[in-house]
Design a protein around this ligand. Structure first.
Ligand code: UDP
Length: 257
């Protein structure tokens, strides 16, 4: 029945042609991959949770003036987004030592970094997404110096905002990966936030227990990934305890309650 044109299929998402020119539909799959797809599994419900969590975060970022590709959620697994030309660079922001930084520099996992650190990785499956410098990015023309400045400024704003948002719900934002795209409109080009922000691409630790609420549960075979993502969604206020989705406005309290 699906007659939409599939434009791209990645590890966790599919992009379809959108209903209007300049739009795309971003579909969240249940697939989980790690170590450049050497480890692969399907985890039922992950795509639905990531769709909701990413919608919520992009919506909040939009409300503080961060330009994003997000237009609206269409259904449980899909959102309508603006078509962009993806900058082939993954921008990682780190607040606390974890993952590849721990291995690279021999730090203890969980060490607070002296300040937030931005890193760039070139998007290439064949090369395993190598870390690159600004020099590589500009020399090979993957992004201009102005675009790098723009992406770094946005990345730091996103980090500050999301660190606060997660801190408020008892979660430490350890690190995350974001991607940007070039959006062309009326002869002008603007760098905007694209892709997704979900527990698939962030490290999120419970502040009290250090419990991991992100994809490290899959990478490290800890189990409980859906429970962890559900916990993040609940704390963000996306999933209510009220499964019937009845309005939860003020209610009449009677004297014998
Ligand atoms: N990350 C990601 N996609 C990648 C690589 C990293 O979303 O292809 C995220 C990862 O979830 C973490 C952050 O970027 O939140 C930093 O990842 P790191 O460099 O430590 O790599 P990892 O150890 O996760 O491979």
């Amino acid at each position: 029945m699906n007659r939409r044109r599939r434009l791209y299929e990645g590890k966790a998402k599919i992009l379809y042609e959108g209903p209007e020119p300049g739009t795309l539909i971003q579909h969240f799959k249940d697939d989980a991959t790690a170590f450049n797809a050497k480890k692969h599994d399907s985890i039922e419900g992950k795509g639905v949770l990531n769709n909701r969590i990413s919608e919520h975060i992009f919506d909040r970022l939009g409300s503080i003036g961060i330009p994003t590709h997000f237009i609206k959620r269409m259904n449980m697994r899909e959102q309508l987004v603006k078509e962009v030309e993806i900058v082939p660079i993954e921008v990682v922001v780190r607040n606390v030592a974890a993952g590849s930084l721990v291995k690279k520099l021999g730090l203890d996992e969980g060490t607070q970094l002296p300040r937030s650190i931005i890193e760039f990785y070139y998007k290439s499956d064949e090369l395993d997404d190598p870390m690159v410098s600004e020099e590589h990015i500009t020399a090979f023309g993957w992004a201009s110096p102005q675009e790098i400045d723009e992406m770094m400024a946005l990345a730091l704003r996103i980090n500050d905002f999301l660190s606060g948002l997660f801190f408020g719900i008892g979660i430490r934002l350890v690190d995350f990966k974001i991607e940007f795209g070039r959006h062309f409109e009326n002869e002008t080009m603007k760098i905007i936030l694209a892709d997704e922000i979900s527990p698939d691409c962030c490290r999120l630790w419970d502040i009290e227990t250090d419990n991991k609420l992100d994809k490290d549960r899959f990478r490290q075979d800890l189990g409980g990934l859906i429970d962890a993502y559900t916990e993040v969604a609940k704390r963000l206020g996306i999933l209510t305890e009220n499964p019937t989705n009845e309005p939860s406005g003020p209610r009449l309290v009677t004297s014998n309650e």
